[in-house]
Ligand binder design. Structure first.
Ligand code: PGA
Length: 248
């Protein structure tokens, strides 16, 4: 049985005052029926993880450098994230692929670095609107999985987030059948490549998940949770999504 995961991606939002939202969230779910992860900006990781004290809310980074250390101004290594209290790291988010030109090969290098530092990578894939309209969603996802997920890892320990680029921050969500098609396909693809261990890989859906659509999305086969942006910033909204996941 895969344990469900509600992951929050805070992107470039949040300063000290926002930690109160995570404290409120932790108070709402002292013994949650699913895993909860918040990935705040790097500046908050250490403070947040100290305040969470290893409780039910895990803390993660939003990116890491592929090298263990070095002359890379502005970058953060996986070991540094772990040292700050992170247990997970989001890799290959479409905003990083678009804003920073991240390639599948770079994402795979980052995933190797994360695993060697003891972090769980959350690798993001997903098509653009033009790719969906051209009917190439599954081939785009295939290429991204092939290129971004390194060979020879413990696939069951990995988390994959399917995030259609056109659904991120737009309020647009694919139909449930469309989500099911991609999630079933990803499970099959990973099983063919890695064997039955891929049955333990958690597959998250991301892109405009809100309290109002969460239950429907969580009813879809092979959806093991969500990667949530905007709606993860406020405890009330993310709490409602977590409650929907726990009840699914
Ligand atoms: P959104 O973002 O929930 O605000 O659409 C999701 C994401 O980018 O991970």
């Amino acid at each position: 049985m895969r344990r469900k995961l509600a992951a929050g991606n805070w992107k470039m939002f949040g300063t000290e005052a926002a930690i109160a939202e995570v404290e409120a969230l932790a108070a709402m779910f002292p013994e949650p029926a699913c895993d909860i992860l918040i990935c705040p900006p790097a500046t908050l990781i250490s403070r947040m993880s100290l305040r969470m004290g290893g409780g039910a809310v895990a803390i993660g980074g939003q990116d890491c450098h592929p090298a263990p250390e070095g002359a890379h101004t502005g970058d953060i290594s996986a070991a540094m994230l772990a040292d700050a209290g992170a247990t997970h790291v989001i890799l290959g988010h479409s905003e990083r692929r678009a804003d920073h030109g991240e390639t599948d090969a770079l994402v795979a290098d980052k995933a190797r670095a994360a695993l060697s530092a003891g972090l769980v990578p959350v690798i993001c894939v997903g098509e653009t609107l033009a790719e969906r309209e051209a009917g190439s969603t599954l081939s785009v996802v295939t290429a991204q999985l092939q290129g971004s997920v390194p060979d020879g890892l413990d696939i069951g320990a990995l988390i994959i987030a399917y995030e259609p680029v056109w659904a991120i921050g737009t309020g647009k969500v694919p139909g449930l059948a469309e989500i099911a098609e991609v999630h079933d396909f990803m499970r099959e693809n990973l099983t063919t490549r890695f064997g039955p261990g891929a049955d333990d890989t958690r597959l998250l859906y991301g892109g405009s998940v809100k309290p109002g659509n969460a239950s429907d999305i969580f009813s879809v086969s092979n959806v093991d949770g969500a990667l949530v942006g905007g709606a993860s910033l406020a405890a009330a909204d993310f709490g409602a999504i977590i409650a929907a996941l726990a009840a699914s």
